[in-house]
Ligand binder design. Structure first.
Ligand SMILES: [Zn+2]
Length: 263
């Protein structure tokens, strides 16, 4: 007989390969969705020589390491997106398991995995596809309602306010600077943040995302010895996604600061 703690340990170890496989699937989604391709067919193949990938080429993280990041047939480099997303998916699953209980673990994984996929697509293609970000808004509202029907209004306001705030900034920027600054994709992602976390979380999400984006932009400008100016383009989606994730895990930013002040 395996005791309750034994079951927990077993579940924990099962989580790693399952989450890694999910990460592998997410990398396929991130590759195919922006290109308008089906995510179910055809089966995985090398993007360089089109050789179909066998089961031994598709073991998450392991295959990439064994093949040293190259295609078995043509030696073309395999996108680093794959091992990175597989690893991130495992981190999200373990983190969710440590913080939440019951069905909330699954919900947390769903949020984290979707945020990873959106980030990967935004980094590569500078878009946040409606196909992924709009269902994320809907799911946030559904889970808020399932969790506690009385908070649904807060989360509905969060979704609307998140979208309107960023859409207004995007509009003003376009009028004032005569070019696009913030995309509507970012507005939809902030709407998703509001749908999952309620309107109170929005200021913390925006502040957190802006600060990390600025730090990263300065660091990479220093590393590349290229100054930042008004024309420097950065994908904002990943920073928003990170801020939404950290707020989901640790709670709204102002509460963290207040807690620290009280204690
Ligand atoms: Zn190849």
């Amino acid at each position: 007989m395996v005791g309750a703690s034994g079951v927990t340990v077993l579940l924990f170890w099962l989580t790693i390969p399952v989450a890694a496989c999910v990460g592998s699937f997410l990398a396929t989604v991130a590759w195919r969705v922006p290109r308008g391709l089906s995510i179910v067919s055809p089966r995985s193949a090398c993007v360089s020589c089109a050789a179909p990938l066998s089961a031994r080429d598709l073991i998450p993280m392991f295959s990439w390491s064994v093949l040293r990041g190259q295609c078995r047939h043509c030696r073309a480099p395999i996108d680093r997106l794959y091992p990175l997303m597989e690893l991130s998916a495992v981190v999200v699953a373990i983190w969710s398991g440590l913080v939440f209980e019951g069905w909330h673990v699954f919900v947390s994984c769903l949020l984290g995995w979707t945020l990873i996929t959106l980030s990967a697509i935004d980094i590569r293609h500078r878009i946040l596809p409606d196909l992924i970000v709009i269902p994320l808004v809907g799911l946030g509202l559904i889970f808020a309602w399932l969790d506690n029907p009385t908070i649904l209004a807060d989360h509905l306001i969060g979704a609307s306010l998140g979208f309107v705030a960023f859409a207004a900034i995007a509009f003003l920027y376009r009028v004032l600077r005569n070019r696009d600054g913030l995309g509507l994709g970012d507005a939809k992602l902030l709407a998703a943040g509001g749908a999952w976390l309620g309107w109170e979380a929005l200021p913390g999400i925006v502040l957190g995302a802006a600060i990390t984006a600025l730090i990263f932009a300065l660091a990479s400008a220093c590393a590349r010895r290229r100054p930042i100016n008004g024309g420097t383009a950065i994908a904002f989606g990943p920073y928003l996604a990170l801020a939404v994730w950290l707020t989901w895990i640790f709670g709204p930013l102002d509460l963290i600061i207040l807690d620290n002040l009280w204690s």
